[in-house]
Every structure is written in C-alpha cells, then in structure tokens.
Write a protein that binds this ligand. Sequence first.
Ligand code: GDP
Ligand code: MG
Length: 438
Amino acid sequence: LANRLQNVFGKLRSKGKLTEEDVGEALREVRLALLEADVNFKVVKDFIAKVKEQAIGQEVLKSFTPGMVVIDIVNKELTALMGGTQSKLARSNRPPTVIMMAGLQGAGKTTTSGKLAKMLMKQNHRPLLVACDIYRPAAIKQLEVLGEQLKVPVFSLGDKVNPVEIAKAGLQHAKDNGNDYVIIDTAGRLHIDENLMDELKKVREATSPDEILLVVDAMTGQDAVNVAESFHQQLELSGVVLTKLDGDTRGGAALSVKAVTGCPIKFVASGEKMDALEPFYPDRMASRILGMGDMLSLIEKAQAGIDMDKAKEMERKMRNAEFTFEDFIEQMEQVKKMGPLDQILDMLPGANKIKGMKDMKVDEKQMARVEAIVKSMTTEEKRKPELLNANRRKRIAAGSGNTVQEVNRFIKQFDDMRKMMKQFSGMMGPKGAKGMKK
Ligand code: GDP
Ligand code: MG
C-alpha cells in the first residue's frame, strides 16, 4: 500500500501546476491502492469523496505547491479515518481498572494480555492476570508461564470452574491484594457463535469492565473488520488491538476498523515477544503509509551487502537521531555498492520528499555534489551538525564549489531526514529491532 501511494504522490509532488484531471487521476490510483490493500469498499468510497471535495477547490489548485497541498489533505483524512488522535487505555478512578480481552481463537488474546501487563508494570502499576479460558487445552498454563516470566501474578481456579465465577473471584482477589489493573483473558472460538457471546456477556455483567478490548489478527484483513463489527454489536467494545502487524499484512484492517465499527484501535502488536506492543498513533500510521519509505527493506538490503555490525550500529543511530554527516557519507559509500540509487532512496524514509524537490533530483551527479559538501566539513562538524553556523557554511560552500544556498538546502534536508528517521523508528520499535536479528 505504502509503495503504491508513494508513487502516486511522487508524481503529484513533481508537478508545478495541477489540473482537476491530475487530481482526479491521482485519486483514482489512491482508490485502487486502498482497495488492493483490502480496505473496506465503502470506507474507500467515502474517503475518496472527502478528499476530492477538498482537493478540487480553486485555492488548492492555484496554490504554490498544489501537489503538497493535496498530499496534506490525504494525510489529514487518513489520520482522521483511523481515529484522529491516540486513544488511551481507560483508567478507573475507583481501582481496580478492569480490562476484558475478547476475540477469536488464535487472535492473540493471551499473548496481548501478557504484553499489556508488562506495559502496565513499566508504568508502575500492579496488574493481575485472570485466566478465564477453560476450554483451550493448556490455555491456563500458557498464561501462567507468561506471568512467571513477567513476574505478574496470575489468578486461576483451574478449568473446572465457570469462567464467570473465575472472573468474579479474580476481581475480588485483585481488590484484596491491591492490584490496580485486572486483565481478564477469555476464551475464543474459531468462529463467532452464540455460546461464546453469551459467556462473554456474562463475564462482562459480572465484572463491569472499564475496557473491553477486542483482539484481532491483522493478517486476516477484511475479516478482521467483520469480526470487529460483530463483536462490537454484541459487546460494545471500547477498543481494538490489532496483532500480527509484523506478518505479511497489507494494512487494510488498520485503515477500516475505526471507520466501520466506530471503535478506535488502541494498540498494535508486531511480534510474539512480550515487548512487541505499542500504542496506536493514527497520525504516525498515516505518515508511514504516505511517505516514510520502507526502512526495514533497506536494512535487509543493507545486511545483504554490508557487514552486520555496521548496519546494526546505523540502525541504532537512526533510532536515536544520532545519525551524523560522517554516517551519511559512509552510508553513501555502502549504498553505491548496493545498486541503483533511485531504488535505494525509495526505501529511505523521507527520500520521496527529497526526490520531489525539483532541484534535488537524485542523480549520481547530485550525489557527488552532496558528497563534496560533506567532505568539506571538518570532522567535528560532521559529527555535530548543529555546529554549522553561517560562517562555517560559507567556508564549506567555498571549499566544495557550491553556493551557500545549496549548502543550506542540503543541511536542511539532512535535518528533515534525521527527524523523520527518528519518528519512523520510534514507531517501528521492536519490529525494527527484530528485523535486525535475522
Ligand atoms: P489467543 O487464542 O487469542 O489467546 O491467541 P494467543 O495469544 O495464544 O496467540 C496465538 C498465536 O499467535 C501465538 O503463537 C502467539 O505467539 C502468536 N501471536 C500473538 N500476537 C502476535 C503478533 O503480534 N505477531 C506474531 N507474529 N505472532 C503473534
Ligand atoms: Mg488464549
């Protein structure tokens, strides 16, 4: 999805003036890309209509950078589509806060319960896990093992007691022991059926949860959205957790869940490890879809051609925005070994933005110029980009045979890239780290 959209927007950006037809054509492609990514048909239709209405306006077409304005509209609407702002986990002012997990079998309820407990522990809370899945063989054991690993208490009454009773007793246990969060791990079925819903409703009645989180598997695409809709009708969910985003998903579920069900996505999980859970930020997801490039593929590609330690160090630096001009040059040397520049830059976060600027076309000549600029910096300047004041820039311009404006432009772009890298990797979190361990 991201790649297709970036292509469309690359074209838009590079145009100085836009006609209604240009916008229409771009939006047709956006529509196709969304449909291909398995975004709900009706959601796509409404989305395109909204964007079109704003984008065709005369002000936009007459503006100085119409392409950018259109992209900005798409970005805002995508963010709105996914709920606008981040939805936080509920917190009861009369503890314990009760979180009930729901979802089909294998969606990741038990795993997510553990991850949530870990997250809460980190915030100095005292969660209690309650084992209410008495059907799936070894389900209780699975939760107990997680609890032991995380040092979170697990409440269970074995598999002979009714889940409703277990939930009630678990809640009481939390009150008696000062646990401020109770996470109820429930059973799932392969399909939605009445027994499952009845049981969940009874558990809900018995515990009055502050939060009912539906766990859905992002890899199931459109089905995940349908499941969310059914569960929401029956249970009035307060939020959705999207799991397995590390897998081969086209991302459509993330885009449709909120629009179809009205329920916000609160967390996304991208791995089996206990720290692979993150709050869901609609704005970051939108940026990622629109122009952040595929840093993981870049890193993978780098691994193929570059030594692992260097790649690992580079990834760490990007994550912490410690990326310096020295690193930049080193990357360029490595990149040259890796193949056609255009292709590599396509994968770098923010590279599209740089490419779109008409005076920063990515050709080898331009790269040589950039290289000359960096090579005219002192070692200290390369390591500390913030040192580059006006005088230093003048010197660098003279030394590299460029104008000061050109030097300024490059430094600005470098800064933007660093910022984007930081934003991007912050979002990727454990996923990025996982990619490194292969
Ligand atoms: P439940 O039946 O809903 O409780 O699902 P489980 O928590 O037992 O998870 C089912 C399987 O999915 C397990 O093998 C988990 O390790 C795996 N799983 C859960 N979340 C993720 C995720 O975000 N990414 C990946 N790759 N696997 C996950
Ligand atoms: Mg389970």
